[in-house]
Design a protein around this ligand. Structure first.
Ligand code: NAP
Length: 287
C-alpha cells in the first residue's frame, strides 16, 4: 500500500478557514483580535516570516500591528515597546520575530512579554503550564504537528505508540515530547549524544525529526509502516528546500509521511493564528 502524504498546506488552510469563521462571529460582537508583530533589523528570511504572519492575520480578519525597528535598536528600546504593548487592552498577542541582533538578549526580551500575550508559547510560565498540564500557550510548530497527526491520519490512534523525537530544542523537540506524552504515546527524545540513534529510531511507530540536518533520517532509520513527521527546513546547495528526512527513499516504507515543503511548515502560522484567537477569548470574553 502506498504511503499517505499528510498535506500540511491543506490542513493549515482548514484551520485558517475555521478561524476566519470564528473571527467573523467575534466581529459581530465588536471584538477584534489584534496581534502585534515586532521585527528588529533587516534579515531577509525574518522579513518573509513577518510578511506571511501579517498576511495570515489579514486573511482571517485579525488586526495586525507592525513594528519594524532598525538593526541598532537597543534592548531597552525594545523592552519599552513590549511594556507598552503589554499594557494595551486592544492587543491580544505580541510576537517578537527571532533571531534578534547580537546586542539584545533573546531570553530577556521573550520573558518580558506578558504570558497571556505570549502567542509563540516561549515564556517559561507557558512552558511550565505545558509541563504540568495546565492551560497556556503551546509553541506553534509542535502543536501544528499534533494537528497534522490528528487531522491528517484521524484513523491512527496515537495512544500507546512508540514515538521517537529527534531533536531537543526548546521550541520544537522538548515541547513536542510533552505533547506526545499528553497523547499517551511512549516517548523517547534522541539528540546528538544519543548512542545507536538508528536503532532507537527503528523502534519507533512515529518518528518526529527536528534536527536541522538535510535528509539525516534515511530509509534504514525507519521501521516498515511507521509514521514520519519532518519538521526540518534546510536549503540544499542548489537552493531548494529539503527536510531532515530522505523523503524519496523513506516514503514508500511509511504508513504516512509529511513532505517538505508543504508539511509542518505551513502549520506553524496556522497555530500562531489559533493562539491569537485563544488570547482574544481570554482578554475580551474572559474565557
Ligand atoms: P536546533 O535548536 O538547532 O536543535 C536541533 C536539535 O537536533 C538539537 O537538539 C540537536 O541535539 C539535534 N541534533 C543535531 N545534530 C544531530 C545529530 N547528528 N543526531 C541527532 N540529533 C542531532 O533546531 P530547531 O530549532 O529545533 O529546528 C530543527 C529543524 O526544524 C530545523 O531544520 C529548523 O529549520 C526546523 N524548524 C521548522 C519549523 C517549522 O515551522 N516547520 C519551526 C522551527 C524549526 P543537541 O541538543 O544534542 O545539540
Amino acid at each position: 500500500m502506498s504511503a499517505k502524504i499528510i498535506d500540511g498546506k491543506l490542513i493549515s488552510q482548514q484551520i485558517k478557514d475555521e478561524l476566519r469563521g470564528k473571527c467573523a462571529e467575534l466581529m459581530e460582537k465588536d471584538i477584534r483580535v489584534t496581534l502585534a508583530v515586532i521585527l528588529v533589523g533587516e534579515d531577509p528570511a525574518s522579513q518573509v516570516y513577518v510578511r506571511n504572519k501579517k498576511r495570515a492575520c489579514e486573511y482571517i480578519g485579525y488586526n495586525s500591528l507592525s513594528y519594524e525597528l532598525p538593526q541598532n535598536t537597543t534592548q531597552d528600546e525594545l523592552l519599552e515597546l513590549i511594556d507598552g504593548l503589554n499594557e494595551r487592552d486592544d492587543v491580544d498577542g505580541i510576537l517578537v520575530q527571532l533571531p534578534l541582533p547580537g546586542q539584545i538578549d533573546e531570553k530577556t526580551v521573550l520573558n518580558r512579554i506578558k504570558p497571556d500575550k505570549d502567542v509563540d508559547g516561549f515564556h517559561p510560565i507557558n512552558v511550565g503550564a505545558l509541563l504540568v498540564g495546565d492551560k497556556g500557550f503551546v509553541s506553534c510548530t509542535p502543536s501544528g504537528v499534533i494537528q497534522l497527526l490528528k487531522r491528517g491520519i484521524p484513523e491512527y490512534d496515537l495512544s500507546g505508540k512508540e514515538c521517537v523525537i529527534v531533536g531537543r530544542s526548546n521550541i520544537v523537540g522538548k515541547p513536542m515530547s510533552l505533547l506526545m506524552l499528553r497523547e499517551n504515546a511512549t516517548v523517547t527524545v534522541a539528540h546528538s549524544r544519543t548512542k545507536d540513534i538508528k536503532d532507537v529510531c527503528r523502534r519507533a511507530d512515529i518518528i518526529i525529526a527536528a534536527i536541522g540536518k538535510p535528509r539525516f533520517i534515511t530509509s534504514d532509520f525507519v521501521k516498515e509502516g511507521a509514521v514520519v513527521i519532518d519538521v526540518g527546513i534546510n536549503r540544499t546547495s542548489d537552493g531548494k528546500l529539503c527536510g531532515d528526512v530522505d523523503y524519496e527513499n523513506v516514503r514508500d516504507k511509511t504508513y504516512a509521511i509529511t513532505p517538505v515543503p508543504g508539511g509542518v511548515g505551513p502549520m506553524t502560522i496556522a497555530m500562531l493564528m489559533n493562539n491569537c484567537y485563544e488570547a482574544a477569548l481570554f482578554h475580551k470574553l474572559g474565557e
